[in-house]
Design a protein around this ligand. Structure first.
Ligand SMILES: Nc1ncnc2c1ncn2[C@@H]1O[C@H](COP(=O)(O)OP(=O)(O)OP(=O)(O)O)[C@@H](O)[C@H]1O
Length: 426
């Protein structure tokens, strides 16, 4: 947590929330643990480079501890704004130093570690199946090494503990049996999950970028320390992309949830956008796509609130819905079903109860919604769609007339390189 979460990160947390809700819908009890990396880690996966937290501290003039606190709080606020269910446990890496040190000591006793000038490393050659989940070809990796591995024995070896010498003192460092230093960035996950879920648990999630290195290393550590697998299932959310590239903090150019709010877009419209793509496909971000999601969400809210209360959820619809989400979380299909329901000629109160039951999983908060600051009047939505169509047919005069009509309702449209934005005129 050295910066705000971007909406790419949040896509992964939305996917995890949908998974949790789907499991609960199927009657499972879920013990959900979310970790917060509030300790500084090095910019590169290769255990070198600059410490991200120290870098943030220099940039902002705040202490590394204050930065971690500030961005963790901001992340939790985003989490709630997206209707993500509160985990059973939030765990922060800095609260688990004894567990991490104890974990490394066990690895040391079992002969999996070695010492270099800059830290304690895990020897991946001690495990025949290292990297199996990512299908890593270790011999090819080793043969293809272009960069110096320094004192590392194998290029896939990774730091468990890094020393901080007096000349490079850091704000976040701790005493350990190996000297003053800080944990490598993989160990926190194995140590914290063992503390809360046991060494071997059911499902481990994360983004696709973590398959090759981070998750391979977590598996290696846990197998070495506890002699068990780490998780029965691994599920990875695919990237939110911009311009065909992963949105990333270190890339510098990223959108936060606040960036959407600044454009008058409800955070739940972003949740809706994520429902429109399968978690195992990459999603290319565009303002047009987000605007379409905001319109879809608004229409759904209005449909829900038009219906009367007092009905009972329809089992046949719920079965079809269950089939969709139980088919590897096919939420695009589930959303299509929702619209089929809205357009159906079913009994209105039953439709409302059915949609409400579906929303327990979708998490769009339909029942709780009240017309408020994010309400886009039906007339404006229609005008925006007409203007979009006029622009597509290059009827510029008509598009300009529609822009003025939208303005008369108190909204501004802005055409940017990545699409059309709608925001309230304040
Ligand atoms: N563009 C993205 N789309 C979806 N998930 C992402 C994206 N970028 C990161 N994630 C996931 O978000 C979670 C938090 O990631 P992390 O804090 O490492 O952020 P990051 O943006 O990758 O940071 P950095 O760019 O500095 O590496 C992880 O599960 C990660 O896999």
């Amino acid at each position: 947590m050295y910066d705000y979460a971007h909406i790419g990160n949040l896509r992964t947390y939305i996917f995890e929330d949908l998974l949790r809700r789907a499991l609960q819908f199927n009657g499972y009890k879920v013990q959900h643990v979310v970790n917060i990396t509030d300790v500084g880690h090095l910019v590169s996966d290769a255990d070198d480079g600059e410490d991200k937290m120290e870098k943030g501290s220099r940039r902002s003039g705040k202490s590394a501890w204050d930065i971690a606190e500030f961005y963790s709080t901001a992340f939790m606020a985003d989490f709630r704004a997206l209707n993500l269910l509160e985990p059973a446990t939030w765990c922060r890496a800095t609260d688990y130093l004894p567990e991490q040190i104890g974990f490394i000591q066990t690895l040391e006793q079992k002969g999996y570690t070695y010492r270099t000038a800059d830290g304690i490393y895990f020897d991946t050659s001690k495990q025949d199946d290292y990297g199996y989940m990512a299908r890593l070809d270790r011999s090819a990796l080793q043969a293809g090494v272009r960069v110096a591995v320094g004192e590392k024995r194998n290029n896939t070896d990774f730091a468990l503990w890094k020393f901080s010498p007096p000349e490079a003192q850091r704000q976040m460092e701790w005493d350990s049996p190996w000297g003053r230093g800080f944990p490598g960035w993989h160990i926190e996950c194995s140590a914290m999950s063992a503390a809360h879920l046991g060494a071997w648990f059911d499902i481990h999630c994360g983004g696709e970028d973590h398959i090759a290195v981070h998750h391979s290393n977590e598996i290696a550590q846990t197998q070495a320390c506890h002699g068990t697998r780490l998780a029965n299932f691994w599920m990875h959310g695919y990237f939110l992309q911009t311009g065909s590239e992963k949105m990333s903090k270190s890339g510098g150019d990223f959108l936060r949830l606040q960036s959407l709010l600044d454009q008058g877009i409800d955070p739940l419209a972003y949740r809706y956008l994520c429902l429109m793509a399968h978690y195992r496909s990459q999603l290319e971000f565009s303002w047009d796509g987000l605007q379409a999601a905001a319109t879809g969400l608004q229409r759904l809210r209005e449909a829900y609130h038009r219906w009367p209360d007092g009905g009972v959820a329809d089992e046949a619809w719920m079965l079809r819905f269950r089939d969709a989400i139980n088919n590897d979380l096919n939420f695009p299909r589930a959303l299509a079903l929702v619209w089929e329901l809205v357009r159906s000629d079913g009994e209105a109160a039953a439709c409302k109860a059915t949609l409400r039951a579906m929303d327990e999983v979708l998490g769009l908060g339909l029942a709780a919604w009240q017309p408020g600051s994010f309400e886009i009047p039906e007339a404006v939505t229609r005008l925006v769609e007409e203007r979009q169509a006029a622009r597509e047919m290059r009827r510029w005069a008509e598009a300009d007339r529609l822009r003025l009509a939208i303005k008369a309702h108190g909204f501004l449209v802005e055409d940017t390189a990545s699409g059309t934005l709608l925001k309230p005129e304040r």
